[in-house]
Design a protein around this ligand. Structure first.
Ligand code: BTN
Length: 252
């Protein structure tokens, strides 16, 4: 692609007309794939979201992308890559679609309170070091209609901008921006992108419902710390550090 500036993310680029799930395929080939391999499909027949949910991935309507990474990181560090990817996606949406989006901590990209993109990070390895990481990014680009259960909850770039968008420059921009932030993250750690996460956050300074071992607690999200955790202050004044993956956080 003439748009791709990244030096290793997406240099090995596998494109499919139809696939079950780019994340499943990525995990399958990851042991022998080169670091930075990108997998893109026009359509996914079993696109997956978080918590075992289905991800609608119709033909040509979105970017269904997975990236294979092989850094020297512990799983605890690797989960932070979801937020690195989120920052990259927000920048790319602004760059290519000229519209502002924000991050619902830690991994949903939202426009006008509706979800336009989800990120699913999966990994394999040992407690002290991962073998590989797969970052799956699904962006609703030219979707015009969502199934009934997603109405009011999901949106697409074309719905929000009123334009049909070329997916190629957007895909390349995501690979470029992800590589940029990924390098910064590997060298300087999460704290170096913390300010962008906070700037783009739609969760901060809002009330959130946190579910901790089946208990619902309402508190106010007051900060994202140097490790990417959400700091929540509860009604009784108690302050808790919420790690992504630990809990489910919902806006109110
Ligand atoms: C979520 O918000 O629940 C995460 C959605 C992730 C969807 C992407 S699309 C490309 C990749 N392949 C999948 O099966 N899922 C991710």
């Amino acid at each position: 692609s003439p748009y791709l500036k990244a030096e290793f993310i997406g240099r090995n680029y596998l494109h499919f007309e139809s696939i079950s799930s780019t994340n499943d395929y990525a995990k399958e080939i990851a042991p022998s794939a080169t670091d930075g391999t990108a997998i893109v499909a026009e359509e996914q027949t079993s696109g997956r979201g978080r918590m075992g949910r289905h991800w609608v991935s119709n033909k040509g309507q979105g970017i269904w992308l997975s990236m294979i990474l092989k850094p020297n990181l512990s799983p605890n560090e690797a989960v932070k890559l979801t937020q690195v990817a989120a920052v990259a996606v927000v920048d790319s949406i602004k760059e290519i679609a000229d519209i502002r989006s924000g991050i619902k901590w830690p991994n949903d990209i939202v426009i006008n309170s509706k979800k336009v993109c989800g990120i699913l990070t999966e990994m394999n390895g040992e407690i002290d070091r991962v073998n590989f990481i797969v970052i799956g990014i699904g962006i609703n680009v030219n979707v015009q209609n969502f199934p009934e259960d997603l109405c009011g909850k999901a949106t697409s770039l074309s719905i929000e901008t009123g334009k049909i968008l070329d997916r190629k420059p957007l895909t390349a921009s995501i690979l470029n921006n992800f590589e940029k932030y990924y390098r910064i993250f590997l060298i300087n750690g999460f704290s170096s992108i913390r300010n962008l996460c906070k700037e783009y956050s739609l969760t901060l300074n809002k009330d959130v419902k946190v579910i901790i071992n089946n208990n619902e607690c309402i508190g106010r999200a007051v900060d994202i710390d140097d490790d990417g955790n959400l700091i929540v202050v509860f009604k009784n004044g108690e302050k808790k550090t919420i790690a992504s993956g630990d809990v489910s956080v919902r806006g109110l």
